[in-house]
Design a protein around this ligand. Structure first.
Ligand SMILES: Cc1cc2nc3c(=O)[nH]c(=O)nc-3n(C[C@H](O)[C@H](O)[C@H](O)COP(=O)(O)OP(=O)(O)OC[C@H]3O[C@@H](n4cnc5c(N)ncnc54)[C@H](O)[C@@H]3O)c2cc1C
Ligand code: FES
Length: 286
């Protein structure tokens, strides 16, 4: 089986949009689930969130940051190419109910991956506000799409070229605003973004859902590589997640495990025929 690449373009520096035709996946995927893609027969398995999908055309859109060998191979794809692997939907869908008001916080590829979640939250009757966090204006994308969909769009840039200047800590001000005051926060993007937001909302007792992106190999719960501690229990991000309560994650352990893999476990696993190893998230770049 092969899958047609409809589009692959750099949407902002170092972040690429990948649109692939995979009708079976497009028909069954739910917001918050992910796929695993391989750029060629010898390529590694790369887990990616899905930012849009259309059951009729069979097209699915993801955004990926070029960080290493496999994402660099993905970045070489051209419209019309075919790829051997596009597996999904994987993981559990994001839980969506009518919570009242929901604040979405996205950075990097998370700006895109929150889009189908925003759509479903709106369909469920929520007021939805979107915050995009980036280093600078030139790294923001899909803001117009959000403006058409949600009740309010905010940006935080570290250099102050768009919206509030500084880090994601600026959401503290938004959380306090009478017209926003959320009942739930959902964060997608790099690990530090999710950790920081969870640290801000924990003392407020404000439920915060994060989409974890640890290293994965099989993506089916068999290898155990994506395990993390959540509320004192061992969970596998690929089958129990990727969404978890950000206040229950053992972030220190999570960050330490990723470091350990980078240095000691990555090389042998890369050489094994089990599959390949992936460093999820864009933490080291935040
Ligand atoms: C459920 C899930 C969903 C994901 N969704 C997305 C998505 O939508 N878009 C996306 O871009 N990524 C996503 N990721 C992360 C993505 O899978 C990895 O970035 C990718 O596998 C890296 O492969 P690589 O071979 O290019 O890099 P590697 O060779 O594995 O790593 C190269 C170097 O980059 C570092 N690194 C690895 N990942 C990152 C990163 N993301 N940012 C900064 N440095 C990094 C590593 O520590 C290493 O030093 C997701 C991961 C999971 C588990
Ligand atoms: S990737 Fe989750 S158990 Fe293997």
């Amino acid at each position: 089986m092969s899958y047609k690449v409809i589009e692959r373009r750099m949407i902002v520096p170092n972040i690429h949009e990948l649109v692939v035709e995979a009708p079976d996946v497009a028909r069954s995927i739910q917001p918050g689930q992910f796929i695993i893609v391989r750029p060629n027969d010898k390529g590694e398995r790369i887990p990616l969130s899905v930012s849009d999908f259309d059951a009729e055309s069979g097209a699915l859109t993801s955004f990926f940051q070029e960080v290493g060998e496999s994402t660099s191979k993905l970045a070489l794809l051209r419209a019309g190419d075919t790829i051997p692997t596009y597996v999904g939907p994987l993981g559990e869908a994001t839980e969506v109910e009518n919570y009242g008001t929901v604040l979405l916080v996205g950075g990097c590829f998370g700006i895109g991956s929150l889009y189908p979640i925003a759509r479903t939250l709106k369909e469920a009757g929520n007021r939805v506000f979107m915050v995009s966090e980036a280093r600078s204006t030139y790294l923001l994308y899909w803001q117009d799409r959000y403006k058409k969909l949600v009740d309010g769009v905010f940006t935080i840039t570290r250099d102050g070229t768009h919206g509030a200047k500084g880090h994601v800590e600026n959401i503290t001000e938004l959380l306090g605003r009478e017209e926003i005051r959320p009942d739930r926060v959902i964060v997608n993007g790099c690990t530090f973004l999710m950790k920081r937001v969870s640290d801000i909302t924990r003392p407020l007792g404000l439920k915060t859902v994060v989409s974890m992106n640890p290293i994965m190999i099989d993506g089916t719960g068999m290898c155990g590589v994506c395990r993390l501690s959540v509320g004192g229990e061992i969970k596998f991000a690929c089958v129990d997640g990727p969404d978890f309560d950000g206040h229950l994650i053992d972030w220190d352990e999570f960050l330490a495990r990723r470091k350990t893999y980078n240095e000691e476990e990555t090389a042998p696993l890369r050489k094994s025929d089990v599959g390949t190893v992936h460093h999820g998230g864009c933490c080291s770049r935040s």
